[in-house]
Design a protein around this ligand. Sequence first.
Ligand SMILES: [Zn+2]
Length: 127
Amino acid sequence: MEYWHYMLCGMQTWETAFTQGVTLRLKSGFPLLNTELYKYKFVDIPLCPCGQAEESIHHLLIDCPHYTEARDRMVSKIECGYHNTQTAPYFYCINTKVLLGACTNLNSKMGSIVTEAVSSFLRDIPR
Ligand SMILES: [Zn+2]
């Protein structure tokens, strides 16, 4: 950790950025990931504990082999949601944008289903 580097560069900026990041994360229920911790020098490498990639939001939600079972449950809830809300098959999509609630093609009921599915995924994974 290079604390003094940040002191020299302006503690206020570093502290504000980090605090805002943590606050946003806690609000959204997302854990702090190694790519972010690495940015602030709290970890030495940005890799995911699986060792296959940087631990980014995309990797956590979509790719990481450590969370396959929890991800399968999340995907299955969302697929059921698409079916039950009669979402047009054209919009059936599960990607980072959808999972983070940034997809504007889904109605509010489907948005709630996605939020719930992602929240339970985050509760299920050991982070
Ligand atoms: Zn991983």
